[in-house]
Design a protein around this ligand. Structure first.
Ligand code: VGL
Ligand code: ZN
Length: 203
C-alpha cells in the first residue's frame, strides 16, 4: 500500500466539468477542497488539462447529424460525441474556481490533436502519442501516484489504466473523483476496471 505517493496527479479539474459547465460532472465541485487538502501534503503535483482546439473531432457539433452522447468512429476509434468543452484559452478550460494553483508543479495538456481524443493523461486514445507525462514523472523520480479528478469513468479511468501499464503504483481516492455516468453504473464499472488493473481504490 502507498503511504504517500511520489506524485499527486489531478485530472482535468477544469471549469467545464463543474456544475453549470459545458460538460458538467455531477458533484464535480466537491472534489476541489479534496484536491486542495491533498496538495498540501504532496511532494510533486501534476495537473492535467483537457485542452481541445476549436472544432475538435470529439465534439458533436463538428459532425452534422450527430447528437451529444452518440457513439461514432473518429480516426478508426470508438468515440462518444461530447458537447464543445475545454476549448484552449476559453474560460471553460481554466482550472476550477477555488483550486489552489500555487502548488501545481507541472501542467500536462491532452486532447490537442483535432482528430483523436485523449482520455488518458499519458497517451491519446490510439495509444500512439505520449503527452510527456511519463517522461516528466521519470524525470522527477516518481514511481507511485495518487490520482484524483474528473471524470472517474473517462479520464481518471484511462489515466489509471495507462499508469498501471507503465508500471506505476497507483492509489485512487474516490473522495476526489466524480463520474459523468452517461450510463448509470459507469463510475462503478470504472472502479472495478481500475481494481482489476491492481490500482488501490479507496473511498
Ligand atoms: C473527459 C469526456 C471528454 C474527462 C474529457 O475529463 O473525463 N470526458 N473529455
Ligand atoms: Zn475532452
Amino acid at each position: 500500500m502507498i503511504v504517500t505517493a511520489d506524485a499527486l496527479l489531478l485530472v482535468d479539474l477544469q471549469q467545464d466539468f463543474m456544475p453549470g459547465g459545458a460538460l458538467a460532472v455531477p458533484g464535480g465541485d466537491q472534489v476541489v477542497p479534496v484536491a486542495n487538502a491533498k496538495m498540501k501534503a504532496a511532494k510533486h503535483v501534476v495537473a492535467t488539462r483537457d485542452w481541445h482546439p476549436p472544432g475538435h473531432g470529439s465534439f458533436a457539433s463538428a459532425h452534422p447529424g450527430l447528437s451529444i452522447g452518440d457513439t461514432f468512429q473518429l480516426s478508426g476509434l470508438d468515440q462518444v460525441a461530447w458537447p464543445d468543452h475545454c476549448v484552449q484559452g476559453t474560460a471553460g478550460a481554466e482550472f476550477c474556481a477555488g483550486l489552489d494553483r500555487s502548488r501545481i508543479d507541472k501542467i500536462v495538456d491532452k486532447g490537442t490533436d483535432p482528430k483523436v481524443d485523449s482520455y488518458s493523461a499519458f497517451f491519446d486514445n490510439g495509444g500512439q502519442n505520449p503527452t510527456g507525462l511519463d517522461a516528466h514523472l521519470k524525470a522527477i523520480g516518481a514511481r507511485s501516484l495518487e490520482v484524483i479528478g474528473l471524470a472517474t469513468d473517462y479520464c481518471v479511468l484511462f489515466t489509471v489504466l495507462d499508469a498501471r501499464r507503465l508500471g506505476y503504483a497507483v492509489r485512487v481516492d474516490l473522495a476526489g473523483c466524480r463520474g459523468v455516468e452517461l450510463n448509470p453504473g459507469d463510475a462503478e464499472r470504472a472502479v472495478e476496471q481500475m481494481r482489476r488493473a491492481a490500482a488501490t481504490v479507496v473511498q
